[in-house]
Design a protein around this ligand. Structure first.
Ligand SMILES: Cc1cc2nc3c(=O)[nH]c(=O)nc-3n(C[C@H](O)[C@H](O)[C@H](O)COP(=O)(O)OP(=O)(O)OC[C@H]3O[C@@H](n4cnc5c(N)ncnc54)[C@H](O)[C@@H]3O)c2cc1C
Ligand code: SF4
Length: 550
């Protein structure tokens, strides 16, 4: 098909912290070298930040590297962490605070800020544009564009106006080709183009299996006498421990009497009846959290998968014509539950790799293998190397024993123990058959602290054009009923935090329904479906959540 095209030196897919940091560093470097460099970013959200969801406690190292004077420039970092509390919850009412002495050093937050990562991305986007980066929000990179020699030549943005049956509506507009000498993929965890590139170029050869968690988060406004600006609370144990699952909860007190509360469920759980959404609702009723939330008001809701694999599962970061950075590759520091500064650092490393080549000129299809050396010599490598055993230890021994191991490995031995733990079982293969597990009876929402999925999705401002090709593609339509329902009581009904997947009972028997318009782009179905039958692809235009400040 004939498509219009545009030429750039560098095209970046995704205006998250990694993509924006790469773009800023590239333009700063080009200006320093007095060289022209055309850089553009495509972003699937309706605006920068609309699809960004994070905790977020932010470590400033990478921001300082880009803008040493970020404070004077007005970066939206307003709340310094004042107090760190970590608890082990042993039941729905009991809690034990972990003495500071035994807290893994990775979990202390002195000098860090509680922020909205979406707002930081909006600010970074302004700075990038001031430097001359072109940003196209509302344009998803739907396909990788390959040159005849097999290298990446750029991307193709999604077609608009294609009806569910594939026919062209009046509003039909074919996507554009964006050609680039180098394309940097920065889609965040489980990027759908990233997944294709990892498979095509075997970037994960000799690497460990990647792992993921699902983070579900709400933003609340609470009475001022229950609010402690700068307070950070983390907990492990109940409720996930009741189902032999692991993960952790968080509550951060921002400015303006706002708090964020969330639960990260490791997607390696085994009971197909488990619902990360319902576990999160239950968790809010624990006195540790309920006492802060009572008489408060829920403002926003969202969810997103995050990487938990660590250094050993990081794929090769380069291939002919492109590079992969941030959580698309998996640069998150799981032990710290922080991936924003590491994502930004990986963007800076990618940019520095290209800047070193500017004098000789960038070439189409070049494979910038030098990024590996730069990465190995960077502070990012040192940081990820130190925490490499954290994730596998949690999976092997659970939150409590896993954290005790991490304390010894990280605090006492500073990561020099001569072994690297692994967890070769992919998250999609950990479910036990439903007949070996007990169904979980979750309580009905009370409408005060706990809610249902639909009213939650409403607060994520999610919107998709009605009549379009379903962006949750099944390789085999029969698997949900014939395999997943029979063996696992179709877990998609429960792991999806937006109620997209339903089994509808009727006189003709059960029917599998996909309510794709509710999808909040968390990517969990792409990760956890036991048959790996669901592929998440980009929907039309700017479809998806519209998070104000998540
Ligand atoms: C619940 C939760 C809590 C967290 N807490 C913290 C924390 O406290 N501190 C911390 O540092 N980190 C935290 N993280 C991790 C942190 O959010 C990520 O590591 C970080 O956002 C990764 O940045 P990124 O740029 O790689 O990807 P993302 O932030 O995911 O950004 C990717 C961007 O690319 C866009 N995109 C994706 N695909 C396409 C496409 N095909 N075309 C166009 N655009 C596309 C997306 O819309 C998005 O804007 C948390 C994550 C979660 C989910
Ligand atoms: S359909 Fe998949 S990507 Fe969308 S919200 Fe549900 S689990 Fe997440």
């Amino acid at each position: 098909m004939e498509r219009e095209s545009m030429e750039f030196d560098v095209v970046i897919v995704g205006a998250g912290p990694s993509g924006l940091a790469a773009a800023i560093k590239l333009k700063q470097g080009a200006i320093e070298k007095d060289t022209e460099l055309n850089v553009c970013i495509v972003e699937k959200g309706s605006e920068v930040g609309a699809h960004i969801l994070s905790g977020a406690i932010f470590e400033t190292s990478s921001l300082t590297e880009l803008f040493p004077n970020w404070k004077e420039l007005g970066a939206p970092l307003n709340t310094k962490v004042e107090e760190d509390e970590i608890y082990v919850l042993s039941s729905d009412t009991e809690q034990k605070r972990v003495p500071h002495l035994f807290v893994p050093s990775t979990m202390t937050n002195e000098g860090n800020y509680i922020i909205s990562l979406g707002n930081l991305c909006r600010w970074l986007a302004e700075k990038a544009e001031e430097l001359g980066v072109e940003i196209f929000p509302g344009f998803a990179a739907a396909q990788v564009l390959y040159a005849s020699d097999g290298s990446v030549k750029g991307i193709i943005t999604g077609d608009m106006g294609v009806a569910e049956d594939g026919s062209h509506k009046e509003s039909y507009m074919p996507g554009m080709e964006l050609h680039a000498k180098t394309t940097i993929f920065a889609e965040g965890a489980r990027g759908h183009l990233g997944k294709e590139l990892i498979a095509k170029y075997q970037l994960d050869e000799n690497k460990e299996t990647p792992h993921y968690g699902l983070g579900i988060k709400e933003l609340w406004e609470i009475p001022s006498d229950q609010h402690k600006q700068g307070l950070v609370v983390h907990s492990a144990g109940w409720p996930l421990k009741e189902h032999q699952a692991s993960g952790g909860a968080f509550m951060y007190h921002l400015e303006n009497n706002q708090v964020v509360i969330g639960l990260i469920t490791d997607l390696s759980y085994s009971n197909p009846y488990l619902s990360p959404f319902e576990e999160f609702q239950r968790m809010k009723k624990h006195p540790l959290y309920a006492n802060y939330l009572k008489n408060g008001k829920r403002i926003s809701y969202g969810a997103r998968a995050l990487n938990k694999g660590g250094l050993q599962s990081l794929p090769k970061l380069h291939f002919p014509g492109g590079m992969m950075i941030g959580c698309d590759a998996g640069t998150m520091n799981g032990a710290k539950i922080k991936g924003s500064h590491t994502a930004m650092k990986s963007g800076i490393v990618a940019a520095q790799t290209l800047l070193d080549k500017l004098a000789e000129g960038l070439e189409y299809g070049a494979d910038h293998a030098e990024i590996s050396k730069k990465f190995d010599e960077s502070s990012l490598y040192t940081e990820l190397q130190l925490q490499r055993n954290f994730g596998p230890a949690q999976h092997k021994w659970g939150n409590i024993l896993g954290s005790a191991y991490a304390f010894i490995d990280i605090n006492i031995f500073r990561g020099i123990l001569p072994w690297t733990l692994t967890d070769p079982k992919p998250d999609y293969s950990t479910l036990k058959p439903a007949n070996q597990c007990s169904p979980i009876n979750y309580p009905k929402p009370d409408g005060v602290l706990t809610f249902d999925r639909l009213s939650s999705v409403f607060l994520s401002n999610t919107n998709h054009e009605e009549n379009q090709i379903i962006h949750l593609q099944l390789k085999d339509d029969s698997i949900p009923l014939n395999e997943n329902l029979k063996t696992y009581a179709e877990p998609a009904q429960r792991y999806c935090p937006a109620g997209v997947y339903e089994i509808i009972e009727s006189d003709q028997g059960p029917r599998f329904q996909i309510n794709s318009q509710n999808c909040i782009h968390c990517k969990t179905c792409d990760i956890k479906d036991p048959a790996q039958n669901i592929t998440w692809v980009t929907p039309e235009g700017s479809g998806g959540p519209n998070y104000p400040n998540m």
